[in-house]
Design a protein. Structure first.
Length: 75
């Protein structure tokens, strides 16, 4: 994962770097070091972010009510 991909993944989740650090229990400067390329991003990070993105997509699809004026999807 590149620093740009890391930043884009956080943005897609509407997370700040501080949010990420708090959620995974890393030091407050860790995400910043990864986003700037100062420190290599560990291999677990892309897998973690992909899993959270998948959960967010499933939540939006099956749990969140449809926007007003749109019928619920029936799949």
């Amino acid at each position: 994962m590149t620093p740009e991909e890391f930043t884009a993944a956080l943005e897609s989740l509407h997370w700040s770097q501080a949010d990420f650090n708090r959620k995974v229990g890393t030091d407050k400067s860790t995400a910043s070091s990864w986003a700037t390329g100062k420190t290599p991003i560990p291999r677990w990070v892309p897998a973690y972010l992909e899993s959270v993105q998948d959960l967010a997509m499933l939540h939006a699809k099956y749990v969140m009510p449809p926007p007003k004026g749109k019928p619920a999807a029936t799949e």
